[in-house]
Design a binder for this molecule. Structure first.
Ligand code: AMP
Ligand code: GLY
Length: 426
């Protein structure tokens, strides 16, 4: 048997391009197939047009292509149970899926589950209560006596739109009525109402087999569309790693108060977890609190985390599935990284696709990770709101930003937009 590992990578955004770039550098990476991928992932492997949530189609590709390992980028196949689908199929059971079981993915798939989990483990997070439609009156009364602002969260996955921060009681009560009335479909059948935490956010990534864990480079992303963190929330307009305010002292608190009890909770509940935990944190007066869990890597954080990871990622995944993760030393580069996302004008609202991208050959000193792009004949065209992530590694994030901005000017497509102030608050 070949010692090379054939990998199927699911997803098609900037995160998956960064994964494809990193995985393909491994001397033990065999065939790399990305599904569905984008014009950037095709530079590192072969794209296959399939929907990662169509498990029967994933099964067929895995068997036909003699895949040895499946790496899952986005959350929805995990929340839908792809890990359990593999574990329960005799033809697939020996093929590891990098990602948690359906039960583990509930940390992201259900905010109420995550809050109960944190409460049980004594993990610091905002105080909360949860309500269903039959408890509407109790929910309205709860809001009436709540401090402002108050945060309302749809329990389930809502494409990043399920969190609403309300500044008045009537606004929050109206929002609760809408959510429980089906604003986000089934995702808002249950609503978490929680205390607003004021502080600075950062993202911590942990790789775990449910027993051992390794902490990856820390990052901070910029979610708002406008400079100075104004306007609508997006999937992420840029990121830096490491954020300088995340000191060793703060990370020590994160590890003992949050990461260790999280792993202990996974064990206590008997959850199978073989993948990433992305912990969205907020620092309030020097203390870390959990805003949310995700069961995957972040986007665009991955575009700054992986360029700062000096390990062979295929070897790390192999250790994860063999139960030898404890022996892996994470090699974090000393350089910093900044990524700037070029987006389609109008995003996160309506925008047009299919615009020709020019200037890719003129980029100097940055890595360009494709997010929403597509090869159309000889041209590469836009195919999403977030189009290209321009990552630069440099001595510090400000120097890196300068180079990313120079390259942002060299790249073009109709109605291109980007933020020039990534890291402005650091
Ligand atoms: P999410 O969609 O879960 O990533 O949440 C979106 C954003 O809402 C987070 O990144 C925070 O900026 C904000 N947020 C969520 N919960 C809270 C909270 N309890 N206090 C303050 N901000 C919050
Ligand atoms: N950048 C935040 C996320 O991936 O959810």
């Amino acid at each position: 048997m070949s010692t090379k590992i054939n990998i199927l990578l699911l997803g098609g955004g900037g995160r998956e391009h960064a994964f494809a770039w990193k995985l393909s550098q491994s001397p033990i990476c065999g065939k790399l197939i990305i599904a569905p991928g984008n014009a950037g992932t095709a530079l590192h492997g072969r794209n296959v047009a399939l929907n990662p949530n169509d498990f029967a189609a994933v099964r067929q590709v895995v068997l036909e292509e003699q895949i040895h390992m499946v790496v899952v980028g986005p959350e929805d196949p995990l929340v839908n149970g792809i890990w359990d689908f593999f574990a329960g199929d005799p033809a697939l059971a020996s093929i590891p899926v990098i990602g948690p079981s359906k039960a583990g993915a509930q940390l992201e798939g259900s905010k109420a589950f995550a809050k109960a989990f944190m409460a049980e483990q004594g993990i610091p997070t905002a105080a909360y209560r949860e309500f269903t439609a039959s408890q509407l009156e109790a929910g309205l009364a709860y809001i009436a006596q709540h401090t402002l602002p108050v945060v309302l969260k749809a329990d389930g996955l809502a494409a990043g739109k399920g969190v609403v921060i309300c500044n008045t009681i009537p606004e929050a009560q109206e929002e609760l009525r809408n959510m429980l009335g089906g604003k986000f479909g089934e995702a808002s059948n249950r609503v978490v109402i929680e205390e607003f935490l004021k502080g600075i956010e950062f993202s911590v990534f942990v790789l775990t087999d449910g027993r051992s864990y390794k902490i990856l480079p820390v990052a901070k992303d910029y979610k708002r569309i406008g400079e100075g963190d104004t306007g609508l929330n997006t999937g992420g307009m840029g990121a830096v790693s490491p954020p300088p305010f995340v000191t060793a002292e703060l990370m020590q608190k994160v590890e003992t108060r949050i990461i260790q009890p999280t792993i202990a909770g996974i064990q206590r509940r008997g959850i199978k977890y073989q993948g990433f935990i992305f912990i969205g944190l907020i620092e309030v007066g020097g203390e870390p609190f959990v805003i949310e869990y995700n069961c995957r890597m972040g986007d665009p954080e991955t575009e700054v985390v992986l360029p700062r990871l000096d390990n062979d990622l295929v070897a790390v995944f192999q250790a994860l599935v063999r139960g030898t993760l404890a022996g892996v030393g994470v090699k974090e580069a000393t350089h910093a990284a900044t990524t700037v996302m070029l987006v389609s004008g109008g995003y996160p609202g309506d925008y047009e696709k299919g615009k020709t991208i020019s200037g890719l050959e003129n980029v100097l000193g940055s890595l360009v990770f494709h997010a929403g792009t597509q090869q159309k004949g000889d041209a590469i065209v836009t195919n999403g709101g977030r189009v290209l992530a321009i990552t630069t590694c440099a001595e510090n994030f400000r120097e890196a930003l300068k180079v990313s901005l120079k390259n942002a000017a060299r790249l073009d497509f109709e109605n291109k937009y980007f933020r020039r102030d990534i890291g402005f608050d650091l």
